[in-house]
Design a protein. Structure first.
Ligand SMILES: *Cc1c(COP(=O)(O)O)cnc(C)c1O
Length: 374
């Protein structure tokens, strides 16, 4: 069976991910910033990870320890970073397989030290400062500084590697010169007290890149942990409005097959209750419209609002676990049952689509493109 004809199909263009990576690694390098490639958004697909490594990422990072261990086992040797605080049961494996962890609890750091001693191994930590986004990190700057001094002066195996912050996750707070400069001031204070430079000041994720592009990033920031901009590349262009002609926002395309085409009313008929997921949606009556149903659903992509139809005149109407309904009334294309429709996507879709076993994955690689063009 030709698996490139098995749908739903996620077409992953490794060349485009490579372009995004090389472009961002370069512009960050100019500002003295290295990149940790965050791979959780693509379920650590090794083909993609290779591209990030080859493109110049200094570290590989994930919040899921299994993904990082899996890559080590596949022989990928890049220095790795666990970007979610380790759980109790992960302590042993963290010391065994992980080079750097992000931390904000002394209790956990002490457990890591103990395990290091057992394994006679050193381990680097980055202390996280919460600058207002209200997810992980010390909220109190003195507490972070005290912890840094505690590690530096009292722990033998745990090495204070640096400090970092995370923004735009829970609280949707924008990184700014001001909040990141505050992080740098804290770093300066620690450096003064320990009498040496910290190795890493990690200033956030994809949403910090606008400060890099606008030349407004504080000098002291020397690392960013980037996922979306490398892997999908859509946010800087579609959300932030940057014109980046060296970047691609169509690194991944979902292809799905049409299994029904009918003209139907747009307003459901009968007494309304709840949809398949217990929600009470609202419906707009647009009269009779031509609609197609595709064999792909929420189980695969979760949010249909983040899918971007690539054919003109197509509008996503809604979805259930295994069906996606699209309005094709205004399309110039004469779609037929059995035809394939393509969608671009935002980060949330890649997160789910890459981890679904029901979605066939197809990788486009440099050699193949060359063949196509030859
Ligand atoms: C997911 C994550 C990132 C990467 O975020 P992107 O928006 O994909 O760049 C960076 N740091 C931490 C702590 C994360 O959890």
């Amino acid at each position: 069976m030709d698996t490139t004809k098995c749908y739903p199909l996620l077409e992953i263009n490794l060349n485009k991910i490579s372009d995004n990576t090389k472009y961002l690694v370069d512009i960050c390098k100019e500002k003295g910033i290295n990149i940790a490639g965050v791979i959780k958004g693509v379920n650590a697909q090794p083909q993609i990870v290779d591209v990030l490594v080859e493109g110049g990422c200094k570290y590989l990072a994930s919040s899921r320890i299994e993904q990082l261990i899996g890559l080590k086992e596949k022989g990928i040797k890049k220095e790795n970073m666990l970007i979610r605080m380790p759980m109790r049961h992960e302590i042993k494996e963290a010391i065994q397989h992980i080079d750097i962890t992000l931390n904000s609890e002394v209790k956990t750091i002490n457990l890591l030290e103990k395990e290091c001693k057992k394994q006679n191994k050193e381990h680097k930590v980055i202390l996280m400062m919460d600058l207002g986004d209200l997810r992980e990190g010390f909220f109190n700057k003195d507490e972070l500084i005290d912890t840094a001094l505690y590690i530096e002066n009292n722990l033998k195996y745990i090495k204070l590697y640096g400090i970092g912050t995370n923004l735009s996750c829970y609280g949707s707070i924008k990184p700014s010169y001001e909040n990141l400069n505050y992080l740098c001031e804290i770093a300066g204070e620690i450096e003064y007290k320990i009498g040496r430079k910290l190795d890493i000041i990690s200033g956030g994720s994809t949403t910090t890149l606008p400060l890099v592009l606008d030349d407004k990033i504080p000098d002291k920031i020397n690392n960013l942990r980037i996922g979306e901009a490398l892997l999908v590349g859509r946010d800087l262009i579609d959300y932030w409005g940057y014109e980046l002609n060296k970047m691609h926002k169509d690194t991944m395309i979902l292809k799905a097959e049409i299994i029904e085409i009918k003209e139907k009313p747009t307003y459901p008929i009968g007494e309304m209750f709840l949809d398949a997921f217990g929600n009470k949606p609202t419906y707009e009556d647009k009269g009779i419209r031509k609609r197609a149903i595709l064999a792909v659903g929420k189980q695969d992509f979760v949010n249909d609002r983040d899918l971007v139809p690539l054919d003109e005149g197509i509008e996503i109407v809604g979805s259930s676990s295994d069906h996606l309904i699209v309005d094709i009334q205004n399309s110039q294309i004469n779609f037929q049952v059995g035809d394939i429709m393509s969608f671009g996507m935002f980060y949330s879709n890649t997160l789910y689509l890459t981890s679904s076993k029901y979605v066939n994955k197809y990788y486009i690689q440099l050699e193949e493109l060359e063949k196509e063009y030859a």
